[in-house]
Ligand binder design. Sequence first.
Ligand SMILES: [Zn+2]
Length: 303
Amino acid sequence: MKTKSVIILSLFLMGFACDQNTSRPDHRIQVAASILPLQDFVNQIGGQEVTSFVVIPPGASPHTFELVPTMLRKINNSQILVLNGLGLEPWSARVIDTVGEEKLKVIVTSREINALATETSHHHQHGEHSHDHPESGNPHVWLDPVLAIKQVEQIAAGFASAFPAHADSFLARRDRYKARLLQLDQEIQVKVRSWSHRDFVCFHPAWEYFAHRYGLNQAAVITDRPGMEPSPARMAHVIETLNRTGAKAVFSEPQFSESLLRAIAEEANVSVVQLDPLGTTLENGGYIELMQYNVAKIESALK
Ligand SMILES: [Zn+2]
C-alpha cells in the first residue's frame, strides 16, 4: 500500500515536472550513435553541447541486431546519427529513408578508411557474405586506435559543419582526444614488443585491424558471420590451425555463446580468453579503458 502511493506520487511529480518543461529547456544537440565506442567518441567531441544515446544496446551483437519501432522514434527525434559503416548497420538505410537526410545528419565514421577484405571474400560459400554488404570490407575498424582517430575526425568534422557556432569547441576537444588515442597506441606498441607469441584464433574477425596494426596474426576465425553455425570442416580447420601455429588461446566475446569455443579449445588444449570489442562489460569506462582492458586480456594469452 505504502509503496504504491509513493509510486503514484512520484509519477504525479514527474508529470508535473514534464508540464513545466514543455518548452524543452535542453538545448543540447541530440546524437544517436550505433555502438558504445562511437558513443564515447561522440561524448568526447560533443562535450556539454551534446546529449547522446546508443542504438545497439550493450550485450547485443550488431551482426544480429534488429531495430525496434521505439528506437526508430528516438532516432527520429535526434539531429545526428553516427554510424560505423562498412555494413555494420544494415538497418540504417531504412532509418535514413524514413527520417530523411534533410532532418537527420548522418556521419559515416569509416568513410576515409581503407577497409580490409573479409575472410568470406576469399572463400565464398554459396552466397554467404560476412556482414551483409557484399561491397563492404571488415567493419571492425574502431578496434585499431589509429583508425579510431580517423573516426573521431569524421565525427568532429560532421559536428562542426552541422553546428558551426560550436565548431571551435568540437575541434579543440578533437585535438585533445586525438593526443590521448596516440598515447594509447604508443602504450600498446610498447606492450606488444614484449609478447612472445603472435598467433591467435578468435570467434569472428573482430580483431583483424588490431592484429594488422600491431604485427599479430589472426590465424583463424570460428565464424565469418556471427549467428551462423560453423561447419564441421571449419571447426576441424580451426583446431588444426591452433595445433600448427601453437596459438595459446581462443578469444571469445560476451555477445556470443562460449560453448562452441570451449569445445574447440579443449580439443586443441588451449585456454579461452574473453575479449570485449563493444564495451559491454565496462560499466563506466570509455573507449580507452575498453582497449586497455582488451590489451591486458590479449597480453595474458600471448606474453
Ligand atoms: Zn563484429
